[in-house]
Design a protein around this ligand. Structure first.
Ligand code: WT7
Length: 674
């Protein structure tokens, strides 16, 4: 770890970040070459016109929150509707936090019921467009009606408070309705991204011991139908906990319906009663679990509870996106990821927002689909990922140029560090040079945004997420736990915050070991971070074995175990390599078993095998065959050297290798091939 920290070279006019660490996925090449930016002092000050209308106008909020964080968060909690007020704001017995103890509320009530009691009743809640082009607009009243009925339908299938319900759906209104219906009756939802394989779905259902699975017949992606129900059928062959399956009719593809177990969503709704009393949930009752990759092959079920999570997403949606009643908000994330939970469902809906949701791909039928949607629906706030922005850059400015994007007033970015070039392009070509860009750092575990500008008052620097939000005690520490004032180290969060994860489902030990092992009672996000002279935070990517592929969290171990599950593979080492569009792509080094020879065909078969085991997002872009893998004398694979090879660099320090021949051979072989 030492050399990782000392290898930073940070000067006033140059932030060239060199990170070296064995077994890390941090890039060893500069990821922010921002000399030019700093020389020109490219700092974007908020426009006066934006400030004058901003939700947060007074920079005193930072100091106030720091002085009394509990009071600060309590004030946000008060903006939710509670059935019963809390009697204590926070109890912190590290690493376990409880917020708003004794309070009772319901997340669904806060997202729909309270709006239908006022002028928002007939306001558009969801403006949905399917990939083939159909449109559905649901008002808050219509969402309320559907959610109530579906909540009753779930009850009729025997779902009770505390039961787990798995959701495996495309981006259709029923995904939102299903989540809210679970929340209404106190069932814990576990959404599994529709791009995950049957295998991955099975593992998550079994870990959660879900009773019911909600899926669809199929979904549209780039003009073809993804047979979701078929995959679900395959998954639940090995899921004894599943008693019922609910199927939303979406693509009208042919499916198998198992009598007694499977039920059509629309039939259940037809039969269901109109009103379902929302369950009075304890502030600390679980709202949902969501699986994210860990550094072992087994994904972690991140646990979020009700009161604190809702407080965090309500506050951040309001402040970071500067959300107003008249805005049209569009977060492009799928509900299968935490971004979809916090900034499609709970945050925007708790705030009574009108939002766009879109089912399909950004380049279908043409590469201007997103811009067409913005023009068509008058989107004012747009929140997407750097990987998408880099793809748009590659496709060219003609696409956004051909559409009227003048409705936009704020842009957001999430998922991985945004390179300054992409930031500038986004600002200029999508925002017309007029919109603040909020780069938002957070994690599945943090529940809501932690580091981001408040757009009315915080000057931005392209590539930096600026500073921690009010009430968030995020600092940069070194290995010893000493605070780094300027320079590089690890991001750390010293005090609990309301939307923090409460644990890993069924595994308290892993929770402690993963997040609180590094320093005593301090949360360790496993991200590298650098602080510049102005106190701005520059996030540098993961310091553990988790890759960020197109902004998605995938562990090297997960892909390695998928590879070795193939009969021909003896051993494998997986690394993240730099990719222009995806940020990182997956490269797999593989040694084959006796009797198997490397070939293009085997390579393709292995790629398909991983896609099948985990999902298309985990498909390696390169499979490199090796006779042997470079290891230390204690047998640890030296990924750093593999990265050097895959990225065509000179090899770094090889003195700890047990057999230097291995790496030389591998390098030669690789150079011959490419
Ligand atoms: C990891 C968390 C947060 C929702 C989507 C991802 C990276 C996320 C940023 C950002 C730099 C970022 C971090 C983090 N990350 N946003 N704005 N700048 N890095 O959630 O799958 O839990 O991944 O994504 O490395 O640890 P996730």
């Amino acid at each position: 770890m030492r050399d990782f920290l000392s290898s930073y070279s940070i000067g006033k006019g140059s932030i060239i970040i060199k990170l070296m660490k064995d077994n890390s996925n941090m890039k060893t090449e500069p990821i922010h070459t921002v000399d030019a930016l700093l020389e020109e002092n490219r700092v974007f000050k908020p426009e006066k016109s934006f400030l004058s209308q901003a939700n947060v106008k007074d920079a005193g909020i930072y100091k106030d929150a720091q002085k009394n964080p509990k009071k600060y968060w309590e004030n946000w909690a008060k903006k939710l509707d509670w059935f019963q007020k809390w009697n204590k704001i926070l109890e912190w017995k590290p690493p376990f936090a409880q917020w708003f103890i004794g309070g009772k509320l319901n997340a669904c009530y806060n997202c729909v019921d309270r709006h239908v009691k006022g002028p928002n009743k007939n306001k558009a809640a969801l403006i949905w467009e399917g990939e083939p082009g159909e449109q559905r607009i649901l008002t808050y009243w219509e969402v309320y009606r559907e959610v109530n009925k579906f909540a009753n339908a779930l009850k009729s299938l025997g779902v009770k408070k505390g039961d787990r319900v798995a959701i495996y759906l495309p981006m259709i209104p029923e995904a939102v309705i299903s989540m809210l219906a679970c929340a209404r009756i106190g069932a814990i939802h576990t959404v599994v991204f529709g791009g995950f394989s049957a295998e991955a779905l099975k593992d998550r259902i079994n870990d959660a011991q879900a009773k019911v699975l909600i899926t669809a017949d199929g979904s549209y992606r780039r003009g073809t139908v993804v047979p979701l129900k078929n995959m679900a059928d395959k998954a639940i062959e090995n899921c004894p906990s599943i008693h019922h399956v609910v199927i939303v009719r979406r693509a009208n593809n042919e499916i198998h319906v198992k009598e007694g177990r499977d039920h059509w969503f629309h039939r259940l709704i037809q039969k269901a009663k109109h009103y379902c009393e929302p369950e009075k949930m304890d502030s600390e009752d679980i709202l949902f679990t969501l699986y994210t990759s860990g550094t072992t092959g087994k994904p972690k079920g991140i646990v979020h509870t009700t009161g604190g999570y809702m407080t965090g997403v309500l506050a951040t949606t309001n402040m970071v996106f500067d959300l107003k009643p008249e805005d049209v908000f569009w977060c492009t994330a799928d509900v299968g990821w935490v971004t979809g939970h916090s900034y499609v469902v709970y945050g925007p809906m708790a705030n009574g927002a009108t939002q766009v949701i879109y089912e399909g791909a950004p380049d279908w039928p043409e590469r201007d689909r997103f811009w067409k949607l913005i023009e068509k629906y008058g989107v004012t706030i747009f929140y997407t990922a750097p990987t998408a922005i880099r793809a748009f850059m590659k496709w060219g400015v003609e696409w956004p140029k051909s559409c009227n994007l003048s409705s936009l007033r704020l842009l957001g970015s999430v998922g991985e560090p945004i390179n300054p070039e992409a930031w500038m392009w986004y600002h200029k070509h999508i925002g017309g040079g007029q919109c603040p860009v909020v780069d938002t750092w957070w994690q599945t575990e943090t529940g809501s945004i932690m580091i981001a500008p408040l757009p009315g008052i915080m000057p931005t620097k392209p590539g930096s997420a600026t500073k921690p939000l009010p009430g968030i005690d995020a600092v940069v520490l070194n290995d010893e736990g000493e605070k780094v004032k300027t320079g590089g180290g690890y991001l750390a969060i010293r005090k609990p915050w309301p939307s923090m994860l409460r644990g890993i489902y069924g595994d308290p030990e892993r929770f402690k070991k993963t997040y609180f092992r590094k320093w005593k009672d301090i949360y360790f996000p496993a991200d590298g971070c650098k602080i510049d002279d102005d106190g701005y935070y520059w996030l540098l990517g993961r310091v553990d074995d988790i890759m960020l592929v197109a902004g998605h969290n995938i562990s090297t171990m997960e892909v390695e175990s998928a590879l070795v599950s193939h009969h021909s593979v003896a051993e494998s080492a997986v690394i993240g390599i730099t990719d222009d569009v995806k940020g990182q792509a997956i490269a797999a080094f593989v040694t084959l078993k006796e009797g198997h020879a490397p070939s293009k065909e085997v390579e393709e078969r292995l790629k398909a095998h991983v896609a099948h085991a985990i999902g298309a997002i985990a498909r390696p872009s390169k499979v490199l065959f090796a006779e042997d893998l470079p290891k230390t004398r204690s047998g640890k694979i030296m990924r750093r050297l593999l990265r050097d090879i895959a990225e065509g660099r000179a090899l770094g320090d090889v003195t700890t290798l047990s057999d230097a021949n291995v790496i030389e051979k591998l390098k030669k072989r690789y150079e011959e091939e490419s």
